[in-house]
Design a protein around this ligand. Structure first.
Ligand code: B12
Ligand code: SF4
Length: 493
């Protein structure tokens, strides 16, 4: 047994973290994504500050050596418990790993936290009998209290005083303890334990898009999102700049992926952030996600000056009634103004749209298409809506369809079928850049720096090829030719 309460976190990382590297927002330079879970970094840091310890082992999907790697980590750490931090769509993929651990180490307690456990604690314990405990909501204090009891040899009979916990009692009945209070000020939390994911001697950190998250919850109420709505807290700009500086000095990081769902947290805090980056003379580059209507043209210009390269704006729909229905809290005019600033300043701007939210119609999709071409971003990203537990939109899903994530087939909650939505999404992705205005704004004209123009030109060429192949595949003259070509190059059916 370890000398202090110790947990080993285990994760199968999502495929987009594959070592081959990805191109963030289509940027010319390739940055690697560090296979991490921000929750785990936050929890490990807290554990260390509070008399406990935490370790992390990750494996890639389909890796045959995964059981060996996990087994080695369990042997090396000899933990009191193992922990998982999962979103809904990871539950099914991770459960066999939990099964394998339980088979080999039946007495090792398993605890699950994160958005799925928080949104559906009772269902999780009912559906996944090998999960012993679920942590509901913010996990720092729940975990230290629980782990300390586990380390002291306590079991389910002693857990009822730990807030924010779910488990099965001696009779198999599910017990949910009183709610865990949230931190009113997250500035008291330690910096994430980056050392569990990055090795200072590895060149990988230098090539990475280094992850930063500086907020808990969200102040908005979008119906498709499972964030802790209305309970928004964020770290002071100084805390974030310290993290950037630390990562740069210790690991040689140049590029940061600010992962908050909403950044900067406020228009007012932005000036402090920029002042700090400038006064410390940090040479950084970064991208982030933001909300329309938050920043002025001057603020966008300042962000560009201190290293902002790309930004994704959650637009979701080009139909004002849809925006209202999904409680997005923005207007189309706010979006128009934001993209006007971004074009003027010359920041690579992506617009994120969703297809298939509640009340979506063919007409509202037509409006989204028209709106996307009007605001004319360098990249349009479209996602087919998935109704996640913990969201308001989940209430629109028929009862019998609510376990869709176990089957891997998400249901539609609007008048279009999933097949129709996916077809439209694909078509829109292909056709979006194939316009003269796109080229004039993002390639031949506009204010984007040269490396981003070439990204846009490449996007144009890739989609033009797809479009032409699509036409040819449908034509009776070219179809056999393409079939034979694909066969000859090994890309065929
Ligand atoms: C940052 C972020 C990302 C980042 C980084 C994710 C990562 N791996 O760290 C990126 C952009 C990569 C991402 C991707 C995705 N995300 Co995301 N993401 C977020 C976001 C904005 C913040 C999460 C965060 O890091 N918060 C800070 C940390 C410290 O807090 P936390 O994660 O809430 O963890 C706390 C508790 O949950 C608990 N806890 C968590 N794990 C554990 C484990 C144990 C053992 C214990 C005791 C406690 C515990 O304690 C933590 C500290 O208090 C949230 C929205 C939000 N505002 O919360 C969505 C969110 C988590 N994402 C979501 C989704 C759906 C996804 C994707 C599936 C999207 C997609 N289709 O690709 C992928 C899946 C990625 C993955 N497999 O992890 C959903 C999950 C909803 C659900 N029911 O599943 C959320 C809630 C947004 C939404 N749309 O509703 N995401
Ligand atoms: S989608 Fe973004 S802005 Fe809306 S509630 Fe979720 S985190 Fe907040």
């Amino acid at each position: 047994m370890p000398d202090k309460p110790t947990i080993l976190f285990i994760a199968i990382v999502p495929p987009f973290y594959a070592p081959a590297g990805v191109k963030n927002y289509g940027l010319e330079r390739t940055y690697e994504l560090i296979p991490h879970k921000h929750s785990i970094l936050a929890l490990v840091a807290w554990l260390r500050e509070n008399g406990c310890d935490g370790h992390y082992v990750f494996v890639y999907p389909g890796d045959n050596s995964a059981p060996l790697k996990i087994g080695k980590a369990i042997k090396a750490v000899n933990p009191d418990a193992v922990g998982f931090s999962l979103v809904t769509e990871e539950m099914v993929g991770h459960y066999p790993v939990i099964g394998a651990i339980k088979k080999k180490y039946p007495s090792l307690p398993v605890i699950l936290g994160g958005p799925h456990a928080t949104a559906a604690p009772v269902e999780t314990l009912r559906t996944f009998p090998l999960i012993d405990y679920v942590a509901i909501g913010e996990g720092e204090r729940t975990l230290t209290e629980w782990l300390t009891l586990i380390h002291a040899g306590k079991g389910i009979g002693d857990m009822s005083e730990v807030a924010g916990l779910g488990f099965r009692d001696e009779n198999g009945e599910i017990v949910i303890t009183r709610p865990r209070e949230t931190f009113s000020d997250i500035n008291i939390l330690p910096d994430p334990a980056f050392d569990v994911i990055v090795n200072p001697d590895s060149p990988a950190a230098k090539r990475s898009a280094f992850p930063i998250v500086g907020s808990y919850g969200c102040k908005f109420f979008c119906t498709f999102c499972a964030a802790d709505h209305g309970n928004y807290r964020y770290m002071k700009p100084e805390r974030i700049v310290n993290q950037l500086q630390h990562a740069q000095e210790k690991y040689g990081v140049e590029y940061f992926a600010i992962r908050d769902s909403l950044w900067p947290p406020s228009s007012e805090g932005l000036d402090d952030f920029c002042d700090l980056v400038e006064s410390r003379d940090l040479k950084i580059h970064f991208h982030f996600e933001t909300r329309a209507g938050l920043l002025s043209e001057e603020q966008w210009a300042r962000l560009k000056k201190i290293g902002a390269q790309a930004v994704a704006v959650g637009v979701e729909s080009g139909d004002q009634d849809m925006l209202k229905r999904i409680k997005k809290g923005i207007t189309l005019d706010m979006v128009r103004e934001t993209f006007k600033h971004l074009h003027k300043v010359g920041i690579f701007a992506a617009a994120f749209f969703m297809l298939g939210n509640q009340g979506e119609t063919r007409e509202s999709i037509r409006k989204s298409v028209r709106f996307a071409t009007e605001i004319n971003p360098a990249l349009v990203s479209l996602a087919t809506f998935r109704p996640l537990p913990g969201t308001e939109a989940y209430e629109y899903v028929k009862k019998e369809d609510r376990d869709w994530w176990m089957r891997g087939q998400y249901p539609s909650i609007c008048e279009l079928t999933i097949e129709e939505l996916n077809r439209l999404r694909e078509g829109m992705h292909i056709c979006y850049p194939l316009r003269w205005r796109y080229l004039m704004q993002n390639v031949f004209g506009g204010n984007l720096p040269p490396e981003f123009r070439s990204v846009c030109l490449r996007s144009y060429k890739v989609h033009l090829r797809k479009y032409l192949v699509g036409i040819a595949e449908r034509s009776t003259i070219f179809r056999p030719l393409i079939h034979n070509l694909k066969k000859a190059t090994g890309k065929g059916e």
